[in-house]
Design a protein. Structure first.
Lengths: 195, 249
């Protein structure tokens, strides 16, 4: 079972193979939980999100197919949406500036070393460096837009910018992030070695 | 271009629109190239952002709590009809056929499967109905064949189904040889250019099934389908014995 790809496990899961679901759970528990915790900043909400995500996988036959991209990306999108639902239900507001805190945590050790953890570690380090290169207002808009999932009205009010400029500012911030990511990846094509 | 509508991309991405607004925006999306491109771009640009999350150890006992909630009130394997190995896909009982003499060269075996065997290529009406009955989502059965044993006693079926915009290859097999270590069963679609991977599966019970969605835009004029016994899931061309094969035509 542990030799199967995520997509293969997903096929088995759809045939109600509990072992396949458990294998996927074990592969992604920590990543899904950590991302949900990052989104909600609350241990109980994060656990509820993990539960909801895997219930959706198991009961609703969430329609993943390999041509939708990587299973992990699809699962994390579902985690984000589920986390945002939980936040909205609770009316919970996050603080701005969490991306700066992420930067402080970049030296947190990841002592496990399965493939996903290495991938996570490498992507995380490059991302944090790229995010640190952004102007503060661009980091903030990514925080509000992506991690808090706010509406454009809310973003406009919070940042005191015209409603009509929210979309273009998000786009600009994401494009700058991509540019910095490319620079970071160009500098360390084999991933980070300083963590 | 409806600029006001275009600005709703933010709220669409963040699922902030109600049902009607979502429907209207999706209608807009189908005609506004700029929004479609930007939406795709945002998905790509945010794809890795979850990995910025610091690693947090899940609370003690979370695994048991979550899995217990997931499996609660759900039918378990035993309650699934025995023939339904994979929901929405077909599993039909197949008459075993005696093995055809094994050829050591895989390529030769594949060639033999084209020219040397009599294939049961016709779509079996009642099996077709079986497929449709089992799945409301199956739209169109493009091809259905019984797989002819090449090496050993394995038998099975292969079908190609158009499911909305997707094209899926479904293979079900029984009497499969036992796997060891990293070995897998690999499905191949074959045309004049040779075999292409079309799903990998494993099984502890000598029975198995796999559903494989073909990449968008892939041509569909395959001439044959084959299942081989591979040393691992990485084979890009058949390296092991071909267990069964069939023509689509």
């Amino acid at each position: 079972m542990d030799n199967l790809t995520d997509a293969q496990l997903y096929v088995l899961l759809r045939s109600k193979d509990q072992v396949a679901l458990e294998e996927l759970y074990d592969r992604y528990e920590r990543l899904v939980y950590s991302f949900a915790y990052r989104m909600t900043q609350n241990a109980q909400m994060a656990e509820d999100t993990v539960q909801e995500v895997f219930i959706k996988l198991w009961k609703e036959h969430a329609p993943y197919t390999e041509n939708k991209g990587k299973f992990s990306s699809w699962l994390l999108t579902m985690t984000r949406n589920t986390s945002l639902d939980a936040l909205r239900k609770k009316g919970k507001q996050q603080e701005v500036g969490l991306l700066d805190k992420d930067a402080e945590q970049m030296k947190a050790p990841i002592d496990e070393s399965p493939e996903q953890m290495l991938d996570w570690k490498e992507k995380g380090t490059v991302l944090r460096k790229a995010l640190n290169r952004l102007k503060e207002e661009q980091r903030t808009i990514i925080e509000l837009f992506y991690f808090q999932g706010l509406s454009q009205d809310s973003i406009s009010v919070k940042l005191e910018i015209p409603l009509g400029t929210v979309k273009s500012r998000i786009r600009l911030a994401l494009q700058h992030l991509r540019k910095h990511l490319e620079t970071e990846r160009g500098m360390s094509p084999n991933g980070p070695s300083d963590v | 271009m409806d600029r006001q509508m275009c600005n709703q991309l933010v709220d669409y991405f963040n699922e902030q629109l109600n049902e009607n607004e979502t429907r209207d925006f999706e209608k807009h999306l189908s005609t506004c190239e700029e929004c479609s491109i930007e939406l795709a771009e945002w998905h790509v640009l945010t794809d890795d952002l979850p990995y910025v999350s610091a690693t947090v150890n899940p609370p003690e006992g979370m695994r048991a709590r979550v899995l217990s909630a997931v499996f609660e009130e759900e039918p378990i394997n035993e309650q699934i009809p025995k023939k339904s190995v994979v929901p929405n896909e077909t599993v039909t009982s197949i008459k075993k056929k005696k093995g055809i003499s094994w050829l050591p060269a895989v390529a030769a075996a594949l060639m033999l499967s084209v020219g040397g065997n009599v294939f049961l290529a016709a779509v079996v009406k009642n099996q077709h109905e079986d497929i449709v009955a089992q799945s409301e989502t199956v739209d169109q059965l493009l091809a259905y064949v019984n797989l002819t044993p090449i090496e050993g006693d394995a038998s099975g079926t292969a079908s190609i189904v158009k499911h909305g915009d997707e094209t899926r290859v479904m293979v079900q097999a029984s009497s499969l040889p036992t796997l060891s270590n990293d070995e897998v069963y690999q499905v191949w679609l074959i045309d004049d250019n040779g075999p292409v991977r079309a799903g990998t599966f494993k099984s502890d019970s000598q029975e198995g099934a796999v559903v494989f969605t073909l990449p968008e835009g892939m041509k569909l004029d395959w001439s044959q389908v084959a299942v081989s016994h591979e040393p691992n899931a990485d084979s890009q061309t058949p390296l092991g014995n071909v267990l069964m094969a069939s023509n689509f035509k």
